[in-house]
Design a protein around this ligand. Structure first.
Ligand code: GTP
Ligand code: MG
Length: 369
């Protein structure tokens, strides 16, 4: 069996992918970023970085019975588009313009500190789900997570600045996750803006944009004044069309926790993104080590909703704890099943916490528990 890929292993140990590649090379193995490693290689490589890999049986995952989708159950779903880029290059402004909102006005210091999930319906009825990520260097893990749940990445670069460290990092996350990239060259309304310089810097990194004869779609925009935004959305939707994204809205929901907090008045509040199925008020949700009935659901504008379908975000109340961002959630058939698995996971986490060595735990299908 083969387990996680080179890039996933790098993420787990928080080291650079290149270090893993060269470690493999010293073992005589020439691997690519997305290549999956076998148990022996994994153990040897991880050990070099001070980790011990533990393989556990997959019964935790297996106890969540997988529902099979038939071809006719699968319906087109909106793309999940993550906006990434260096701090202050205009990610939140871009989404504010598209959504006609003013999220940045409510942010401390105008800095995004968590992932925001927004569902947008365009005038012609087409839909897109956007994830806004923080550009600050302290939030690497969030960018990685954003890249993992996404179908398409918009990499935004301010034309009055340069390709910056977090621009490069965002490009690397998207590339490692195998996600198509559309570049948005922002702030073209500014006097010192020079979009060509940005395109040249990208070309120097081997990311050649379309109008320079390359394969990457790119659009000059102003998130402030709105130039180019419609064209940018067209390019994103064109990428999305090629992906032929589909999901089954009729099954029990499965998705990802975007973030969760403890709210004084409302208890545990989790923002989740449905990947497949439909999440409904009253459902029994298992998320990481926690579970509960969905007491109430809201959209990102804090309006009460009754359900969320594929690629739609929801804020849910009713979990008995705060799962970690990035944890999967499943709607379960019975509360007993949900409780059993939550308890097992908690026990596993506790045992791992007692160990002194750094640990990576993998189940038989290579997912991290
Ligand atoms: P972080 O979330 O902190 O990473 O920043 P961000 O990428 O979300 O940037 P944000 O949207 O907060 O914008 C940063 C600053 O640039 C704000 O003062 C915006 O008003 C300004 N800005 C963003 N887009 C444009 C633009 O197209 N033109 C001009 N002139 N200013 C812009
Ligand atoms: Mg922001």
């Amino acid at each position: 069996t083969e387990f996680v890929s080179v890039s996933e292993l790098a993420n787990m140990m928080n080291v650079n992918v290149n270090e893993i590649i060269s470690s493999c090379m010293s073992l005589g193995l020439f691997v690519s970023i997305n290549q999956r490693l076998d148990a022996e290689t994994l153990s040897i490589v991880a050990e070099e970085f001070g980790y011990e890999v533990e393989f556990v049986s997959a019964d935790l995952q297996d106890s969540i019975e997988a529902e099979e989708d038939t071809e006719e159950d699968l319906k087109p779903r909106p793309p999940i588009v993550t906006v990434m880029g260096h701090v202050d290059h205009g990610k939140t402004s871009l989404l504010d313009y598209i959504r006609d909102t003013n999220v940045i006005a409510g942010e401390a210091g105008g800095i995004t500190q968590h992932i925001g999930a927004y569902h947008v319906s365009l005038e012609d009825g087409r839909e897109i789900t956007f994830l806004d990520t923080p550009g600050h260097e302290a939030f690497t893990a969030m960018r990685a997570r954003g890249a993992q749940v996404t179908d398409i990445a918009i990499i935004i670069v301010a034309a009055d600045d340069n390709v910056m460290p977090q621009t490069v990092e965002a490009i690397n996350h998207a590339t490692a996750a195998g996600v198509p990239i559309v570049f948005a060259i922002n702030k073209i309304d500014k006097p010192g803006a020079n979009p060509d310089r940005i395109k040249e810097e990208l070309a120097n990194m081997n990311f050649l944009v379309e109008d320079w004869g390359g394969k990457y779609q790119s659009q000059d925009v102003s998130a402030k004044q709105g130039q180019g935004i419609e064209e940018l959305l067209e390019k994103v939707l064109l990428e999305a069309e090629m992906l032929e994204l589909k999901a089954n809205p009729k099954r029990r929901a499965v998705g990802t926790v975007i973030e969760s907090t403890l709210d004084r008045g409302r208890g545990y509040v989790a923002t989740v993104l449905v990947e497949t199925g439909t999440l409904k008020a009253g459902d029994i949700v298992l998320a990481g080590q926690y579970f509960g009935h969905v007491k109430a659901m809201f959209n990102e504008r804090n309006q009460r909703i009754e359900s969320s379908g594929p690629a739609e975000p929801a804020i849910i109340l009713g979990l008995d704890g705060a799962p970690q961002a990035g944890d999967k959630f499943n709607v379960m058939e019975t509360e007993r099943d949900a409780r059993n698995i939550a308890n097992k996971r908690e026990q596993l986490a506790r045992e791992q916490g007692l160990r002194t060595q750094k640990h990576i735990t993998l189940d038989e299908i290579g997912r991290r528990i």
